[in-house]
Design a protein around this ligand. Structure first.
Ligand SMILES: [Zn+2]
Length: 87
């Protein structure tokens, strides 16, 4: 997956800009990954991420890392990232 595509999804609001409240790592259960839309199969590690507000997303472990990276990169691109401003 192209990191630029993941970053575009974060900036566009398709993927969350905020960190997950809770994450669980386990084997895939045949459900689709929210980043690449491919199924996380039983041989792969799935990350289940719970967000504030009741949203639950599933990621491949490598897609989860890519999303975390994209999220941090996207923060610098967005004008409303006041929390990253240094005094
Ligand atoms: Zn994936």
């Amino acid at each position: 997956m192209n990191p630029a595509i993941i970053r575009a999804k974060v900036v566009g609001g398709i993927l969350p800009r905020v960190a997950a409240a809770k994450t669980f790592f386990g084997h895939g259960e045949g459900k689709a990954c929210c980043v690449c839309d491919l199924v996380v199969d039983r041989q792969q590690i799935e990350v289940e991420a719970d967000f504030d507000g009741g949203l639950t997303l599933r990621f491949h472990s490598f897609c989860f890392r890519a999303w975390e990276k994209a999220r941090r990169a996207a923060k610098g691109l967005m004008s409303d990232s006041t929390n990253t401003r240094l005094a």
